[in-house]
Design a protein around this ligand. Structure first.
Ligand SMILES: Nc1ncnc2c1ncn2[C@@H]1O[C@H](COP(=O)(O)OP(=O)(O)O)[C@@H](O)[C@H]1O
Ligand SMILES: [Mg+2]
Length: 392
């Protein structure tokens, strides 16, 4: 008897997955651990030639097959990386790494899309995108995603991608990354302060037994001793690229819970002077309110205003901390000494004048009250606390 909508032999066949015969024994030990990871955000971080693109493409193929026919994305930093590195690697793997080899079709519409098992009832999809075209990632709904050369894409792109992995019925939702350990945010996300689901697999180029000795030698010759730590060793660059404050490590210098009350001021010790740390920018301008207690600098509050000037910053500071007048030490950058086109006085002259006139600094422009700016959502005064042991 035929019942409409009932499961028949035929519809069952449609659900059948295509077989991907992958030999995990051909993977290097760290590659295999990464490949088999079930974490939501696994990362394979290693030096040049450590097998990052190889394992990223394999993981993309496996995730595409697991989630088929739901789509996923592999991101390279640029379109030329896609053309010259990712696509040839996919072709090489699909044709030679699987037994039997995996049939595929590559179409450009307008970005390259790879379809595995294109003639089957259950094709698997790998969309290839580049990080320098963020518009190509807009509005995607994905089962999985991956990034090659993650140190060369912007941190925001990682955030966008991770949030696009959201197809409710996906069988294996993962958003993975592979890359060199150059950028500080990678260390923060996967090593120093990993959130749930972030799992790190770190390796050195020496682990890749498939890499020829000459390749290792030429990498060694083209880098300084110091750079070889990350370029071959795969170690995070702690004091290096992408960091303004090299001594700062989140684990040591940041506390989620503040010893100050939500307003940031009550627990400041009245017996000690307030330290006002000023960076004379315009958009945004950030001043920190701190106290130096027994060799430790406690940052209690920050005053942040957008599109502002020194007079307005003085107003915002005085509104909250006026009673510290006469007991405040100002630390600022050297730029504060110079006159700007918007002010006939230097920033320090303005601050000195404010101190003498009880805080009513001579405004040079934009005298809009701070309260009004706050209502506009332009001002943020957020209490927070970091202890920065001599780091500022
Ligand atoms: N498990 C593996 N099996 C076979 N060849 C591998 C394996 N892992 C890496 N390779 C080869 O080693 C070389 C360097 O790997 P690649 O993934 O390009 O390194 P990276 O992206 O880290 O610079 C490539 O030729 C790649 O095919
Ligand atoms: Mg690579």
């Amino acid at each position: 008897m035929y019942i409409r909508g009932a499961r028949t032999e035929r519809s069952n066949r449609r659900d059948r997955k295509n077989k991907l015969a992958i030999n995990v024994y051909s993977l290097l030990p760290t590659q295999r651990a990464f490949f088999e990871s079930e974490a939501r955000h696994p990362a394979y971080i290693g030096g040049y030639g450590s097998g990052k693109t190889h394992v990223a493409c394999l993981k993309a193929i496996a995730l595409a097959a697991d989630n088929s026919p739901m789509p996923g994305v592999l991101v390279e930093p640029t379109s030329s990386n896609l053309r010259d590195i990712a696509i040839p690697m996919f072709q090489e793997l699909l044709e030679n790494e699987f037994n039997p080899s995996v049939p595929y079709k590559l179409l450009y519409s307008p970005y390259p899309n790879l379809t595995l098992f294109p003639k089957s009832r259950n094709p698997a999809h790998i969309w290839l995108r580049s990080g320098d075209k963020p518009e190509s990632l807009k509005g995607l709904n994905l089962a999985w995603a991956g990034v090659d050369e993650v140190a060369r894409i912007k941190q925001e792109i990682w955030g966008v991608l991770a949030s696009r992995v959201r197809l409710a019925d996906a069988r294996k939702k993962q958003c993975f990354a592979v890359g060199t350990p150059e950028e500080y945010w990678l260390a923060e996300y996967w090593a120093d302060d990993p959130q749930e689901g972030y799992e790190l697999f770190q390796t050195s180029s020496y682990e890749n037994t498939y890499l020829a000795d000459e390749d290792l030698r030429s990498i060694r010759q083209s880098h300084s001793e110091e750079d070889l730590e990350w370029a071959l060793g795969g170690k995070f660059v702690r004091g290096g690229k992408g960091r303004a404050y090299k001594a700062f490590t989140r684990a040591t210098h940041h506390r989620a819970a503040s010893p100050f009350d939500p307003q940031g001021r009550e627990r400041l010790l009245p017996a000690l002077p307030l330290c006002l740390l000023c960076d004379f920018n315009i958009d945004p301008c950030v001043w920190l309110v701190a106290q130096h207690r027994g060799g430790v600098i406690y940052v209690a509050d920050e005053i942040v205003l957008r599109d502002t000037d020194t007079s307005e910053m003085i107003g915002a500071f005085m509104e909250k901390y006026g009673r510290w007048l006469g007991n405040t030490i100002v630390f600022g950058d050297a730029a504060g000494k110079t006159r700007t086109t918007t002010a006939s006085k230097s920033d320090y002259e303005l601050m000195r004048a404010a101190g003498q006139s009880g805080g009513k600094g001579p405004g040079e422009r934009g005298k809009r009250p701070v309260e009004e700016r706050r209502r506009d959502g332009q001002a943020v005064c957020s209490p927070g606390m970091q202890d920065v042991n001599g780091g500022l």
